[in-house]
Design a protein around this ligand. Sequence first.
Ligand code: SAM
Length: 458
Amino acid sequence: MKLHVLTLFPEMILQGLAPSIIGRAVEKKIISLDAVNIRDYTLDKHGKVDDYTYGGGAGMLMQAQPVYDAWKAASGGKKIRTIYLTPQGTPFTQNLAKELAKEEELIFLCGHYEGIDERVLEEVVTDFVSIGDYVLTGGELPAMVMIDAVARLVPGVLGNDTSAEEESFHNDLLEYPQYSRPESWHEKRVPEVLLSGNHAKIMKWRLEQSETRTLRFRPDLYEKYREKQHLIKQLSKDKRNNIHMMESLSRGKGEILYRDGNNLIIFDREASTCMLKAEKTETATKLSERLPEAKWIIVNQEFVKEVLVTAGYGLWGECNQYLYTAKESLPVRYKAIRSLTTEDVPYVSSRYKHDTEEYIRERILAGEIYGAFDGDRQIGFIGLHNEGSMGLLYVEEEYRRQGIAESLEAFCINRCLEKGWTPYGHVLTDNTASEKLQDKLRFYKASQSIYWLSGKTH
Ligand code: SAM
């Protein structure tokens, strides 16, 4: 990931981030960080970058010309997401950090004095972001805050890639309390359950603790969490048909964008996927007008699909939805299965043609594609799509009918169960071989088809 910071104090950015984990990621070339001095671009012979504001008022304003030229130099004429740090922006959240971590390149623009001439902001800025309801003297500290939060989500920056999944704000909950050695300190003992070795009990205890903490310290977040739990319960009345929405919510991926009775829009921002449900045709039409820009829209009601097709969304495919409701893990007979690495991107993308190489890379970096091997030779793979469904199944021709696909599925199911998820998948209706496999593994089939539509950004 390439990060550019437009600032009047480049040394503040470089020195501020150098000693941290982010500094190490720069050294390891996982991210690059370049601080552009806006002053280097002023055409004023005294090096001035600010002037009085029209209409009077206290303080100076940064002028448009040096900011624009510094931005042009950093962007090199490319369309790069440009964030202006401002107390007037939308509040920075973990969800926005996740979204930005997916970008290849970002520009941060730091203001000073009273801010920056509005005209240049109109031309270059894509996102106005605030780090909180208070006013600082400059945008450098906010830029550093954002860079730290975004860069640590870039795969490879933190040692342990799963750690971000269990942190505060994931699923609208704060993190549970944690303890390290010794077992007893100041006569306070570590809670017994954590010493029990019982994974299920520990997960349950942690969830309860998270809920209690969130209710106490962040009632606003807790309200969001509770609303989600309530909706999941309602959707569970028709679990087979609604599992994609339930899992999106319970895994902390989807947010409720709109809800009015049974009219519903869930949006997984990271996966750029919308899920939609409507009571009748008229409300479906209204919902379609509220849809955010997204790569994919998933619906399981035929009339909603029709409404969306009429509204200009393209139908990509019709699938059957399968879910695995048993809680026990499955035996994996073929043993040589492991998570893939980015070295395996060309292999997977040359065989799985439904998605781009960039998408495959992102899925591998997320640790969610698993490969089967015969010695050093790759012979197949399976994975989770970014919105949560199982898929991407492939086995080399000469290795088929030997139970390898079944083992790959069992492996993937077990990984989901370890995380407390309900595995589910979407199989194109003409893929009979895959349908047979789902039946064999005791997946349940939903009665409604799932329609995948490509969004308007596609
Ligand atoms: N006059 C501006 C206003 O009232 O909105 C405040 C300008 S502030 C003194 C100077 C610069 O600091 C801003 O241009 C912005 O880049 C940065 N800044 C200050 N507070 C911030 C916050 N809470 N979040 C993000 N950036 C902030």
